[in-house]
Write a protein that binds this ligand. Sequence first.
Ligand code: SAM
Length: 270
Amino acid sequence: MGEIENQTERRVKDYKFGRKNQWRRTLWNQIRARVQVSPAEAVVVYLAGPDNLDRTEAMRRGFKPNNLIAVDRDERIVRTLRHSGQLSIAADFCEVLLAWNPKREVHVVIGDFCSGLENNILCNLGAVASLPSFRNTVFAFNFLRGRDPSSNAFRAAIRDHDPTLGRHRGAFLWRYVEALMQASMADELDPAALLELTARVRHRVNPRTDSYRSGVQTFDSVVWSPWAVGTTQEAFAAAAVFNDALVVAPSLRSKIAATLAHRTMRNNAI
Ligand SMILES: C[S@@+](CC[C@H](N)C(=O)[O-])C[C@H]1O[C@@H](n2cnc3c(N)ncnc32)[C@H](O)[C@@H]1O
């Protein structure tokens, strides 16, 4: 009996693992297809996790180890990565993105969060999406559906504007980012022009959502293409002014600068 239970548990675990692997491969294929520069040149900022599996998928598709910048707030994970020579920052993911040097472009941001879409994540990622470093960026995120009561009211408000939204956390994030863009242009465009701009942006970024189950939990992901390349850059001017006012800890800016300096040093040594 015990052995059968063990076998069953193993199969269930393998199944879950297999599902997530398949999901991760699909997501990376999407990222590879959407990135606007050659993968060899693309700078990727990602959430590492204990197994650091995104790195393998990135390298399989031609992204270079020296351009992969791992972030994790778990210092033990970052210590292990550093020991194996990987560029990594121990800090909150959103704070790293908000503190990013505006003169350094990032081409892929991938945040496989193990949490729900908490209010601070929703608001911070909304702000990040309009920063100058992320105009030419493929964004990909994964969230646990539920366990995010802090954003209940906010999500309800977003759903009021778009009753077609269901419960998909990735769809909520994209819709919020889109609403920010609309708000930043509302004073300059009449409602019809705003709708047209929204349709153009949505067509360009082509947000794609996906979900997978792990036991009783559902994970929701979203990926979208760079959206402010060329003509729509001005759409974010207002939001960018707002972001200029963000207060970022100087120590975090130093951490990021040190990591990028390390990268430059290695690139020069090649
Ligand atoms: C699901 S794991 C990432 C797994 C990775 N994508 C993989 O497939 O190997 C999420 C990791 O992000 C870290 N994390 C979660 N939220 C974070 C945040 N807001 N800032 C920094 N790290 C965070 C956790 O410590 C965890 O190690």
